[in-house]
Design a protein around this ligand. Structure first.
Ligand SMILES: Cc1cc2nc3c(=O)[nH]c(=O)nc-3n(C[C@H](O)[C@H](O)[C@H](O)COP(=O)(O)OP(=O)(O)OC[C@H]3O[C@@H](n4cnc5c(N)ncnc54)[C@H](O)[C@@H]3O)c2cc1C
Length: 281
């Protein structure tokens, strides 16, 4: 199928982009790796496509105070190889290693992935787990949305019509924190059947904090504090299983997804602990 007819706009500034987005049934075009298939299948039929790729003020990855800022047109590949990301928020790269294939990563944007709010997206889980802030430009002025308030359902965010995400900022993790992302997909680069990101804080050999985000098993990533149960795998599994309700689909049964989560939670927490110890050594 071909996309239905739309008007293509390529603004030269953020205010111009926001102005164009006020038009009825408009959509932002970033890397187009999720949107163009939807257009081709006519699952999305916007009247206006606002291409933000010419807005150089939306590019870049930089440290801003105690946060790492990723601009809205930074490509997955740039984020995956950027030294600031590796040093300050390694979880982003640990997760991106599972995202799609090189051709898609060369074009797709990490911020677009978050804006798309795919429950199977690795970066939605990372943003939720880290408590990232989503920066938005709107006609009424800029605003920020906490990741916890941003993801409201499958492919549904709290972004309002006419709003543009300009970038996402992630809290920097000092060396007491270790992280890990673990998932199982049918083929490398496919969306996960189930996945888990973990953050563990280790001080003087003691675990001080342990948190996980489970993705691909619900409409939004599920963030769970597991410091109270991290040492007891049975209790850990009971706590996690009580909070998830995965679906059966053509790729996997709900039971299989539950088994995956059980294993991946332990793997991710163990790897995150080792990662913290390595960062401190
Ligand atoms: C074969 C294949 C495999 C893939 N595998 C994975 C995978 O394993 N994991 C994964 O996470 N992703 C995967 N993806 C998706 C890929 O990561 C996309 O790049 C990403 O989801 C969207 O980024 P984009 O820049 O291409 O956004 P686009 O496709 O341009 O946009 C996606 C949606 O987000 C909105 N949007 C984008 N940017 C903004 C913004 N700045 N402000 C407001 N709205 C915005 C658009 O309007 C649109 O609704 C895969 C894609 C393909 C084609």
């Amino acid at each position: 199928m071909k996309p239905s007819r739309f008007q293509y706009v390529r603004p030269q500034s953020i205010p111009e982009a926001v102005m164009a987005l006020q038009r009825h049934n408009s959509k932002v075009l970033a890397g187009g790796q999720s949107l163009t298939p939807l257009l081709s299948m006519r699952l999305a039929s916007p009247d206006v496509l606002v291409d933000i790729n010419g807005l150089t003020e939306l590019s870049g990855i930089e440290l801003r105070g105690s946060e790492l800022w990723i601009g809205a047109i930074a490509r997955h590949q740039e984020v995956l190889t950027h030294v600031l990301v590796q040093t300050h928020v390694p979880l982003i790269q640990q997760a991106l290693a599972y995202v799609a294939h090189p051709v898609i990563r060369n074009r797709g944007t990490s911020v677009g992935s978050i804006a798309h709010a795919d429950p199977a997206g690795e970066l939605t889980a990372v943003a939720a787990l880290l408590g990232a802030r989503i920066h938005v430009s709107a006609q009424q002025g800029p605003r920020e949305i906490l990741a916890a308030d941003f993801f409201v359902g499958p492919l549904e965010s709290s972004l309002q019509h006419g709003e543009l995400v300009t970038g996402v900022s992630f809290p920097v993790l000092d060396a007491t924190w270790g992280s890990s992302c673990q998932e199982v997909a049918r083929r490398h680069g496919d969306y996960a059947l189930a996945g888990v990101c973990a953050l563990v804080q280790v001080l003087d050999g003691q675990i001080m904090a342990a948190r996980i985000a489970i993705f691909s098993v619900a409409g939004t990533p599920l963030v769970i504090d597991v410091i109270d149960v991290h040492e007891d795998h049975e209790k850990l599994n009971l706590k996690v299983q009580a909070l998830i309700d995965p679906d059966t689909d053509i790729h996997a049964t709900a039971d299989y997804r539950r088994q995956l989560v059980k294993t991946l939670v332990v793997q991710a927490l163990t790897e995150a602990r080792v990662h913290a110890e390595l960062r401190q050594s």
